[in-house]
Design a protein around this ligand. Structure first.
Ligand code: ATP
Ligand code: LTN
Length: 340
């Protein structure tokens, strides 16, 4: 066949998502985000960013931040992401993110940002440091996504509002300048989009909360066992999925189901007549089985910092090439003077 006759390689749709190197990754991050990144990697062109620029909206210790960025690269790879197929890199290494964010700031209204529930929650939690970055954080997130002409964004349900804002900004910009940005869709898992805190199961499990409220991806089996044993349930003793009235028990059921123990109804049917002790034992088993392979792979990878550095360096170059294509187009459309 001549070159002309060959079918053009079908262009895959683009996925973009990011996780902040702001603390130890939790089981919530794994179930709500990371695990889905791995599932999607063969069917899409995937870009998985270590969003360090987002992390500095809250004060970070420089040495910790530096260490956590490489650790997050290791976690991405250890959870099954192939660094040859997916772009894994640090946001701060691709300057187009910050440059596009500035432009999009000028297409975002104060009123829109004022409505963001994460801003309200984080400004309450960090009352001594309500900085402008915390306020405009969703604009940077929109820039991340729009730079790559992203079709799909896998995230937990807490990011839905930010994603909707991103779509609004993109539509507003396209309305003025033509079809510059692809309008992205969210990919939010059916089970596990919001894993709850083990101690306050009405609240999202979060890596910025105290230790005993979350399971860290790198917790050893004894720690996992202890934390789940102490997880808050309720006093009626019945195993039933009812997030409103039985948030603790429902959370354990969601964790099991998300980690492959079957759908929630089947697990509930299977557990009839059993107590919370047994529910906790089975949840513990599921979590340990899911995390053990990831942890041993992580240990191997983190010992080879040179390799991790080479992955993020090479991938940042590839990401920058793609991002700059969109950035140049945007700059031209808005009327920045041409470069000589
Ligand atoms: P922080 O507490 O520092 O704000 P976080 O734990 O919410 O951090 P992020 O880095 O902001 O973590 O989120 C990374 C991804 O994990 C996002 O897609 C987010 O929706 C998802 N995620 C975070 N927490 C949970 C959770 N409890 N359940 C399901 N998904 C979650
Ligand atoms: N805001 C997200 C992290 C994040 C992100 C992104 C997710 C930053 N940029 C782009 C998806 C796409 C968070 O706090 N979880």
């Amino acid at each position: 066949m001549s070159e002309m006759q060959q079918p053009a390689a079908e262009k895959k749709q683009v996925i973009f998502s990011g996780i902040q190197p702001s603390g130890t990754l939790t089981l919530g991050n794994y179930i709500g985000a990371l695990r889905n990144f791995v599932k999607l990697q063969n069917d899409y062109d995937c870009i998985y960013c270590i969003v360090d620029e987002h992390a500095i909206t809250v004060r970070q210790n420089p040495a910790d931040l530096r260490r956590r960025c490489l650790e997050l690269a290791a976690i991405y790879i250890a959870s099954g992401l192939d660094p040859q197929k997916n772009l894994i890199y640090c946001q701060s290494h691709v300057s187009a993110h910050a440059e596009l964010a500035w432009i999009l700031n000028c297409f975002t209204y104060m009123g829109e940002l004022n409505r963001m529930t994460q801003f309200k929650a984080k400004s309450a939690a960090h009352a001594d440091n309500i900085n402008a970055g915390l306020f405009t954080y969703p604009v940077l997130m929109a820039a991340d996504i729009l730079l790559y002409q992203t079709n799909l964004v896998p995230v937990g349900v807490d990011q839905k509002q930010h994603l909707e804002l991103c779509r609004d900004i993109a539509q507003r910009f396209n309305g003025v300048y033509g079809n510059v940005f692809t309008i992205p869709e969210g990919y939010i898992p059916k089970v596990g989009a919001k894993i709850m805190s083990l101690q306050e199961p009405e609240k999202k499990m979060s890596k910025s909360d105290p230790e005993e409220t979350y399971i860290a991806l790198l917790d050893d089996p004894d720690t996992i066992r202890r934390k789940i044993k102490r997880a808050v349930t309720d006093s009626d003793g019945e195993i039933r999925y009812d997030p409103e009235n039985k948030p603790g028990v429902s959370n354990l059921l969601s964790i099991m189901s998300a980690l492959g123990a079957g759908d929630i109804e089947t697990i509930v049917a299977d557990m009839q007549g059993k107590g919370y002790g047994e529910l906790k034992n089975r949840t513990t088993e599921c979590v340990i089985n899911a995390l053990t392979p990831l942890q041993s792979e992580f240990k191997r990878l983190i010992a080879d910092k040179g390799y991790l550095q080479s992955v993020i360096d090479e991938n940042a170059q590839k990401a920058a090439y793609l991002a700059n294509k969109t950035l140049r187009k945007v700059q031209k459309k808005i009327g920045y003077a041409p470069r000589g």
